[in-house]
Ligand binder design. Structure first.
Ligand code: MG
Length: 472
């Protein structure tokens, strides 16, 4: 090699390095797309954070995030139980479209055969198109077989449990003992839930006392390792779903008891994640969202959470089942304030795709709305309706302030049997968030509008092939 060719080679290499460092060769050539961290609690209710009115659970980190960022008070999940709610968040679609909804087998179990169909596009797969590093840390619950795990759904890394922390029980312990108060007789070894890293089982049973801390630590490690490129972390805590477990540092600390200890440990971990974002200089270009997959599991009394002023809880299409706390934090991006307009976990798919510069798939119906202008500029939310499905049946619809219930049914034997309503029950949620005062007789015109919305929704609805019923 002549000296001239050698030097021109070095020059070319240097130019390439400069271009790469300026991110001029990537897909997002003229921008620095934001990082995203979604923190998804399990069975935490609308009334379980101090910033949403809980008098004894202290959540200083989430309170600060709500103050510095946007606190949403009319934010909904896509279903009132774990599996379909998670499918909705990650695909931006109603679970009835993907087949991740069933009227009897409402979630996946350790002997379920199927999982999220491969033709579905997850938010992680969307963000991979823009070169994001992606991690799923925590509870998955969209199929435990290898082909359905996060690493086959757009996530580069997975650390967590594949289904709920109360599944895989030790058969020698009576089922009813798992949620007696106090909880100190319940041990992590009474369960056989596996802990996975990527697709390998690394611990069985998973030590649930240390699991909340380990999820937070894994998130921090992933952020540090990926600080030089855009990243997306989906941190899905498997608590405060029963059985409740907490590390020694938080045991007996909350005035609310064990449930409060668990929520306060989650809040503490979020504090450490925010501290890391600050130390790494990432806080101005990162959006952190906190919400929960469904309302509180009320039959478990003090071991379950609270929906605050909302009616009923997990498993129902009453407000307590599907309206959740939702906090968006990002000091360099989010315009702070209280948002009482409508939002949904399905909107995260469309919003984060837009912010990352990734086109929304055109070959399917996406139910998510792009909330980016509401988050960044405080424009009015583009969402004005919410569909409340139980399994594959549409039970209720919210349009603006009004919500009509066509079918109501309690969960787990509580809050009443299945009832059909004609005319539907009608509530004005801005005046009556607790759904106490039926005003259907006074507002036939609202019911007509909601009926028209349902007819339009049904006109192009294709229900996906069921994925939850088949068991081994
Ligand atoms: Mg749940």
């Amino acid at each position: 090699m002549t000296i001239k060719t050698k030097y021109s080679g070095i020059l070319l290499f240097t130019i390439l390095q400069v271009l790469l460092s300026l991110n001029l060769m990537g897909q997002n050539s003229d921008e620095n797309p934001p990082n995203f961290v979604i923190i998804f609690a399990d069975d935490l209710g609308y009334g379980d954070l101090s910033t949403y009115g809980n008098p004894t659970i202290h959540t200083p980190t989430l309170d600060r995030m709500a103050y510095e960022g946007q606190k949403w008070t009319n934010f909904y999940v896509g279903a009132s139980v774990c599996t379909p709610s998670r499918a909705a968040l990650l695909t931006g679609r109603l679970p009835v479209r993907s087949g991740m909804a069933n009227n009897k087998t409402r979630v996946l179990f350790p002997d379920s055969k199927n999982g999220l169909p491969h033709k579905e596009i997850t938010l992680a797969e969307q963000l991979k198109k823009a070169g994001y590093s992606t991690a799923c840390i925590g509870k998955w619950h969209l199929g435990h077989k290898e082909q359905y795990l996060p690493t086959n759904n757009g996530f580069d890394y997975y650390f967590g449990i594949p289904y709920s922390n109360d599944m895989d029980k030790n058969p020698s312990i009576p089922y009813g003992d798992y949620w007696k108060q106090p909880n100190d007789s319940i041990k992590t070894e009474h369960f056989n839930v596996p802990l996975l890293r990527n697709t390998e089982i690394i611990e069985r049973p998973a030590n649930q006392n240390s699991i909340t801390k380990r999820y937070s630590d894994e998130t921090i490690k992933f952020i540090k390792e990926n600080k030089d490129r855009p990243f997306f972390v989906y941190l899905a805590h498997n608590l405060p779903h029963i059985p409740l477990f907490v590390s020694k540092d938080f045991e007996g600390k909350s005035k609310r008891g064990l449930y409060g200890d668990v929520v306060e440990e989650i809040d503490h971990g979020i504090g450490n994640i925010l501290k890391t974002l600050k130390e790494e200089g990432l806080e101005d270009n990162t959006i952190v969202v906190f919400t929960s997959d469904n309302g509180p599991w009320l039959p478990f009394k003090n071991n379950g959470g609270s929906a605050g002023l909302l009616r009923a809880g997990k498993g129902t299409t009453w407000e307590g089942g599907m309206r959740e706390p939702a906090i968006f934090w990002g000091p360099g991006l989010i315009k702070s304030g209280l948002v009482s307009e409508l939002g949904s976990t399905m909107d995260l798919f469309s919003t984060f795709s837009a912010l990352a510069g990734v086109a929304i798939p055109k070959d399917r119906i996406i139910d998510g709305k792009d909330l980016s202008k509401t988050l960044l500029k405080r424009e009015t939310s583009p969402r004005n309706s919410i569909l409340f499905y139980r399994g594959t049946e549409l039970f209720a619809v919210r349009l603006g302030d009004f919500k009509a219930h066509y079918i109501t049914q309690g969960a787990y034997g509580e809050f009443g049997e299945r009832k059909e309503h004609d005319p539907p029950l009608l509530f004005n949620l801005s005046h009556d968030a607790s759904e106490k005062f039926d005003i259907a007789a006074q507002h036939p015109e609202v019911i007509e509008q909601i009926n028209a919305l349902i007819a339009s929704h049904n006109s192009n609805l294709v229900k996906g092939k069921d994925q939850l019923a088949e068991r081994e």
